[in-house]
Design a protein. Structure first.
Length: 203
């Protein structure tokens, strides 16, 4: 990726512009910079989640995700490049299948909470959704590969699933998701109509 930083305070951005890895300078509110910033924030949110005690398999997968997000960010920083490969998206699909297999079906929408690790996974999930929206917005203006958008979409789904996994294994209320107290759930508790299922609204 060209040169590496040898100093942090360069003062070259004082005019409201910033440099891409190909040498081009763009405004700091450029859609590409928004996308880069959201991916950076997502990686930082994952770093915070990784500071929690996690099951070994989950920790291993999230560290790999952090590396792939650097590839994704590099691709955004070098217009026309292709650094995030299709097998990274496949790895997320496999992780989703792995963790979903251990979870019971959802009965209702769940709240973003539970144990601390699960709550942090939900925060990271919402940042992943925002990063995905930023990449989609950029793709309306410039040509982008499909992999970055697909990766962020799958990652937000995986983080939702991991929040459920962590709530089942964490302190506080292990084995239980924090359900939204909707009228339908209240009716079920009182012997009302059966639920037809729910989810996080992801796609």
């Amino acid at each position: 990726m060209g040169h590496r930083l040898t100093q942090i305070a360069t003062r070259t951005g004082d005019d409201g512009s910033t440099g891409l890895a190909d040498g081009r300078r763009v405004a700091k509110d450029h859609l590409r910079i928004h996308a880069l910033g959201d991916v950076d924030e997502l990686n930082s949110a994952l770093g915070l989640l990784l500071s929690e005690p996690l099951p070994g398999r989950v920790q291993q997968q999230l560290v790999e995700v952090q590396h792939q997000l650097f590839n994704l960010g590099g691709e955004l920083a070098i217009p026309g490049s292709s650094l995030l490969q299709a097998d990274a998206v496949i790895a997320l699909d496999l992780a989703l299948a792995e963790h979903n297999a251990s979870l019971p079906p959802l009965k209702e929408f769940i709240l973003p909470g539970g144990c601390r690790a699960a709550a942090l996974a939900h925060v990271a999930r919402t940042v992943a959704r925002r990063a995905e929206r930023s990449v989609v917005a950029l793709a309306h203006m410039e040509v982008l590969n499909d992999a970055p958008r697909q990766y962020l979409n799958r990652l937000s789904d995986l983080l939702f699933v991991l929040a459920r996994v962590l709530n089942r294994q964490g302190a506080g209320a292990p084995g239980r998701d924090v359900y939204w107290q909707s009228q339908r759930l209240a009716a079920e508790a009182g012997g009302g109509a059966d639920s037809d299922g729910g989810g996080d609204g992801g796609d």
